[in-house]
Design a protein around this ligand. Structure first.
Ligand SMILES: [Zn+2]
Length: 417
């Protein structure tokens, strides 16, 4: 069976030029004794925006690992797929993020709910999470509510899983189930019963991506109380641990953190909790690599800087269109965005410092960073020019990509000095 190791990171490379630099970060971690499995992910939305095909990610992953002589496992993730979008990913992917968010809240049939409740009945009353001090009071009506909210989504997850399994065969791919793109976070109790549902549907889920409390905006820091997050995260880990034993889910089932890039405020908590409890983690980062490309080009000055200024200025004009698909995962204060006139006069340092995520740097502007994060479509519209600049400035750009993944993400999360 294809199994995902303890630590893994989801790497996004929208324009397909940074695979080597990303892999270098993985190799640097392994030289420090920490193995992190790279998982290249790209969603259907990103493919459609850029005009790429899922197989392009496979070709890139195979080629960069081959040329680096990388002999450890790596994966290609069909990110956030559902029944409608999975087909073109099946052949070339070996990791599937089954996204059931849009099915949450839809109701399963009466019989399906009754059947689930009869199996879940024994968990009414005091639910003690073995091996911890954690316990929850659960009532039949509460479990019924959870079933009404999540059972249909679990059945859909099964349908998607079976569709993939039919082509690829049992055990030949890693399954993740994601529920993060919703407004309401799932509580640890809900997570427990969701895992029961997935187990009942015989889905060998290896990673689960819940929606946590607080905001996980794209490419910027966590918004919320890190201590409350830590408590929730630790409870969820205990629930997963218990559910694995109780329901016979895969032993390596672990938490996946979506929109996980740049959440510097919570990395130390995640790092110390997984270390203490000897658990794994999958951290999904995606769009930050595009941001590093922009930063790298800005730093080279000249036409690279001109190009990224033009992208930013265009993004101000098209802000509504660019932000709409990401409305739930960004928070941009329009009033804090620098104007076209401001940015036109900026030098390399001013531009790159404004979007480089260095908390405490007075030039850092998370609003501008988020807007550029969702503006990759504008580079896709000028793709030949963009690729020419990326290739011409490969050293500067790949250095930014490496530093971001290695120093700011892997080292901070896994406490590598
Ligand atoms: Zn997600």
């Amino acid at each position: 069976m294809k199994t995902l190791s303890k630590y893994s990171i989801g790497l996004g490379d929208r324009f397909g030029h940074q695979g080597s630099a990303q892999l270098k970060a993985i190799i640097a971690a392994s030289e420090k004794g920490i193995d992190v499995t790279p998982v290249w992910n790209k969603s259907n939305r990103e493919h459609n925006t850029i005009g790429t095909q899922p197989v392009d990610v496979r070709i890139e992953a195979d080629s960069v690992t081959k040329s680096a002589g990388f002999k450890k496992p790596y994966f290609v993730d069909a990110d956030h797929i559902n029944l409608d979008t999975v087909d073109r990913f099946i052949e070339c992917s070996d990791f599937f993020t089954i996204d059931v968010a849009s099915y949450i809240g839809m109701k399963a049939t009466e019989n399906e709910i009754i059947e689930f409740l009869s199996g879940a009945e024994k968990y009414t009353g005091e639910l003690n999470i073995a091996g911890t001090n954690l316990s929850f009071e659960t009532s039949r009506s509460q479990i019924e509510q959870i079933a009404e909210k999540y059972l249909f989504a679990s059945i859909k997850a099964r349908d998607i899983y079976r569709k993939i399994e039919k082509v690829k065969g049992n055990g030949n791919f890693v399954t993740e189930v994601s529920m993060d793109e919703v407004i309401q976070p799932q509580t640890p109790v809900e997570l427990f019963f969701i895992l029961k549902m997935l187990a009942s549907e015989n889905i060998p889920v290896q990673t689960i991506a819940p929606k946590f409390s607080g905001r996980f905006n794209k490419g910027v820091d966590y918004v919320g109380d890190p201590l409350l997050f830590a408590k929730e995260f630790e409870s969820d880990l205990s629930v997963i641990d218990y559910a694995v034993k109780e329901f016979g889910l895969p032993e390596n089932l672990k938490m996946s953190i979506h929109s996980g890039s740049d959440k510097f405020a919570i990395y130390p908590h995640i790092g110390s909790i997984i270390k203490k409890s000897d658990k794994g983690i999958h951290l999904k980062t995606a769009g930050t690599t595009w941001l590093e490309e922009v930063i790298g080009l800005a730093e080279t000055g000249g036409e690279g800087l001109d190009f990224v200024k033009e992208i930013y200025i265009k993004s101000l004009e098209k802000i509504d269109e660019l932000c709409a698909p990401y409305a739930d995962v960004i928070d941009i204060k329009i009033i804090s965005l620098p104007s076209k006139q401001d940015v036109s006069g900026w030098n390399s340092n001013k531009f790159s410092n404004s979007i480089k995520h260095i908390p405490g740097n007075p030039d850092y502007n998370p609003n501008m960073r988020q807007l550029i994060h969702v503006a990759y479509k504008l580079a896709a519209l000028r793709i030949e020019e963009y690729f020419r600049l990326l290739e011409k400035n490969e050293d500067a750009v790949s250095k930014c990509v490496f530093e971001n993944i290695y120093n700011r993400h892997i080292c901070r999360l896994l406490d590598i000095k």
